[in-house]
Structures are given as C-alpha cells and as structure tokens.
Write a protein that binds this ligand. Structure first.
Ligand code: 5GP
Length: 205
C-alpha cells in the first residue's frame, strides 16, 4: 500500500474467529490506521460501549439511513442490520488515514465493487473445534446464538475465494504481525497455501 494514498482495508471472518481482537491490536500499533464504527440494529451486549464498538440504533433510524444513502455498504447478519457510515470513512481517508472495515462477507463484496483498490483480507480459525470453543468462551451469546453462528461459519468460510489474502488466526500476536506486514506490502499473488486449504476442506466435511 502506498504511503501517500490512504486505502480501505476490509477484514472479514466467520463469527468467533477473533477478528475484533485482531483489529484492536492492529490499530493500537499503527498510527495511520483507524477502524470504522458501524451502525447496527442489534442489542448492545453487556461489555460493549455505544459509539466505540457500534452505534446502536433502531430499525427505523437504520432504514432512514439506507434511504439517505448514508452507508458505504450494509447487510443483514444473524437477523440484525449492520452498516458502514460513508461520511466517516471518507473523512478518515481525506485525513490521510487507512480505514479498517470489520464487516461480513456480504458487505465486503459491496465495498469491493464500490472501491476496487481496497485490500480484502479474510481470517479463518485453525479448526472447527477451536471455532466452537472460542464462540463458547466469549460468553456473550446464548446457546441458540452460538449454534447459529457456528452453522453460519460453515457457510461463510467458502467466501475465502473473494479475498486477496487468507490468514489463519492460530495465535493473535503472530496473526496481527502477519496482517500488519501484508498491509505494508501487499502481495496478492500469494493468497492461498496448503495449510489454508486443509482447514477450509475440513469445514466442508
Ligand atoms: P457481531 O454481532 O458479532 O458484533 O457481528 C456480527 C457480524 O456482523 C460480524 O461478522 C461482523 O463483522 C459483521 N459486521 C459488523 N459491522 C458490520 C457492518 O458495518 N457491515 C457489515 N456488512 N457487517 C458488519
């Protein structure tokens, strides 16, 4: 990525892969990176902060924002709506900052269409078993929600083909280092390796 042309970095992953932690670490250590704060109609979880984790809004407000074309992208995920505010992203880019969008694959596809020079990153868990463990350990969702998110992950993981690079989140520190290095010097040609393909195949069986 060129130092004088700020870009959008899309980070997608099946729910529970650990992308929120990764994004937090990435922006902590890189002064020219900011994370966009999405709007959502989902209920706030006990550990979340309004305006920091999300802007929590009513379905009515969300719908009017769609009408006013306030979103760069928006999608329905697990029965709730999520959207990236267009103006905030444009403001950050105009201020010379690279903007990370931590969004689902449906939104990622919309951004790719709109901003063809964005960097598309996909993160996968090291295994199905580890994904289930992480979803349970998070302790923020009901058993039903955990099952829904796990089932959806089996589907989401097949979206890897639409991304520039796939990372395995085995260990947060090394994943953050690998992503930071890729952002500095993207090499889109080396997208997939055997380890990634083995994990993806295991999700299909
Ligand atoms: P959660 O409810 O666990 O915070 O997020 C559920 C899913 O919605 C995650 O895959 C997350 O990346 C995605 N998400 C969060 N914000 C946005 C957004 O602005 N747009 C889209 N398309 N997905 C989002």
């Amino acid at each position: 990525m060129s130092a004088n042309s700020p870009s959008i970095i899309v980070i997608s992953a099946p729910s529970g892969t650990g992308k929120t932690t990764i994004v937090r670490e990435l922006i902590k250590n890189n002064k020219n990176l900011v994370a966009s704060v999405s709007y959502t109609t989902r209920q706030k979880r006990a550990n979340e902060v309004e305006g920091k984790d999300y802007n929590f809004v009513s379905l009515e407000l969300f719908s009017s924002m769609i009408e006013e074309k306030s979103f760069l992208e928006h999608a329905k995920v697990f029965d709730c709506f999520y959207g990236t505010p267009k103006k905030e992203v444009e403001d950050s880019l105009n201020n010379g900052l690279n903007v990370i969008l931590e969004i689902d694959w449906q939104g990622a596809m919309q951004v790719k269409k709109e901003k063809s020079d964005c960097l598309m990153l996909f993160i996968i868990p090291p295994s199905k078993e580890e994904l289930m463990l992480r979803l349970r350990k998070r302790g923020t969702d009901s058993n039903n929600e955990i099952r829904l998110r796990f089932d959806e992950a089996l589907n989401d993981i097949n979206q890897y083909k639409n991304f520039d690079k796939v990372f395995i989140n085995d260990d947060v520190t090394s994943t953050v280092q690998a992503i930071a290095a890729f952002i500095k010097e993207p090499n889109k040609a080396s997208s997939l390796n055997e380890e990634v393909m083995t994990i993806i195949r295991s999700f299909r069986s």
